[in-house]
Write a protein that binds this ligand. Structure first.
Ligand code: NDP
Ligand code: GO6
Length: 334
């Protein structure tokens, strides 16, 4: 964000105003805009008043839901830009329309995972030369901290690091969003795998259930994401979304749910070894999931470090955002 600072001295008292938005808001291109997090990024960008471009890929073919979603963005004021990952020129032309590119490329194994396709986008951004900020598809665990992650789940982190390296080698200004646990995948189900709904009577607790994780509403993730794009404080930094009241243990989350339903669930406890041996015989996508759960709920990889000089925290930067608390979020599931 551009600030105009005015200082006035009056009887030895210095008053200073910071006037926000003295410069025009940046133009945003969202790639992957019809996806799960991408659609929320488009909405947040429009809501913040950015001129918003959304990539429209010819490959969507007869996917009418995708097309209808793109058309609904257009109705809300977004511009649709036709371009394909198999046509470099078209990507360059798309990127030239914007100051900021946000990519929400797929990276969930049981849906689809094409994170490395982003290398083509990085090439286009390099050739276009106009982009002031690129936000690649991250939105989760900080991959830079996962150098010792387990197979096969580590592939997500390795691929995100490969994309980071390409960005940094090309000297493209960036912001990485470490969004922690999407509430739709981790909170609504009380962090149970293989379901998106809260269990009715039996809940599985990882270890002692006392490891701190961070649950974030997806709309809030998108709001914070858009806040960072014109902010000099987030230039070439990782923004960790650690909204303080959403830093919870699995037990604390379950307690919230039990208060809402006014009864207790039966609890069983899963040891580290039991979780790891459950991986055997599972399909690839589930093995990836189990690995991620291990790092999050046993190692505490989302919270077992202090944010250093390379990072900043979202709710500290933008205290004006009223983020969704998990006891509110869970009411949807009643
Ligand atoms: P989706 O599975 O919803 O896919 C997003 C978009 O990827 C699609 O809409 C599509 O764009 C694009 N895409 C897919 N395949 C191709 C292709 N072959 N060529 C071009 N574009 C393609 O993604 P998610 O929203 O689930 O994931 C986005 C990010 O969020 C990932 O980095 C993932 O790791 C992270 N994530 C984090 C979670 C957490 O709890 N922290 C949970 C889930 C995801 P289009 O709109 O053009 O069709
Ligand atoms: C989400 C999941 C949920 C897996 C991240 C298997 C990247 C990240 C928090 O999409 O594998 O049931 O950080 O049965 O950096 C998936 C992945 C979690 C959900 C993790 C993710 C989180 C990706 C499942 C399941 C609900």
């Amino acid at each position: 964000m551009a600030f105009l600072t005015i200082n006035l001295r009056n009887n030895d008292r210095l008053t200073s105003w910071k006037i926000e938005g003295a410069m025009e808001k940046s133009k945003v291109l969202v790639v992957g805009g019809s996806g799960y997090i991408g659609r929320r990024v488009v909405k947040a960008s429009l809501a913040e008043g950015h001129e918003t471009y959304v990539l429209q890929r010819p490959e969507i073919g007869l996917d009418i839901d995708k097309l209808q979603m793109l058309l609904s963005f257009k109705k809300q004021g977004a511009h649709l830009v036709e371009a394909s990952f198999s046509d470099h020129r078209s990507l360059v032309d798309a990127v030239k329309l914007a100051d900021v590119v946000i990519c929400a490329m797929s990276g969930v194994h049981f849906r689809s995972h094409n994170l490395l396709l982003q290398l083509k986008l990085v090439d286009a951004i390099k050739d276009a030369g106009n982009v002031k900020r690129f936000l690649p598809s991250e939105f989760g665990t900080d991959p830079a901290r996962m150098k010792n992650a387990m197979e096969p789940g580590r592939v997500s982190f390795d691929e995100k690091m490969t994309v980071r390296k390409a960005i940094e080698d090309a000297n493209i200004p960036f912001t990485y969003i470490s969004a922690n646990c999407f509430a739709g995948y981790f909170a609504g189900n009380l962090s149970q795998m293989g379901t998106l709904l809260p269990p009715k009577d039996k809940v599985l607790i990882y270890g002692d259930g006392n490891v701190k994780v961070v649950y974030m509403d997806e709309d809030d993730i998108a709001t914070y994401t858009i806040k960072t794009i014109d902010d000099p404080r987030t230039l070439n930094k990782t923004v960790y979304l650690r909204s303080p009241e959403n830093i919870l243990t699995q037990r604390e989350l379950i307690d919230m749910w039990e208060k809402l339903i006014q009864r207790k669930l039966n609890k069983s406890f899963l040891s580290k070894q039991e979780l790891l041996s459950s991986m055997e015989g599972l399909d690839y996508a589930s093995q990836v999931g189990v690995g991620h759960y291990y790092h999050i709920f046993y190692e505490g990889c989302l919270t077992n470090f202090e944010i250093g000089d390379e990072g900043v925290e979202g709710s500290e930067l933008y205290p004006e955002v009223t983020y969704t608390r998990m006891n509110e979020y869970l009411k949807l599931y009643l």
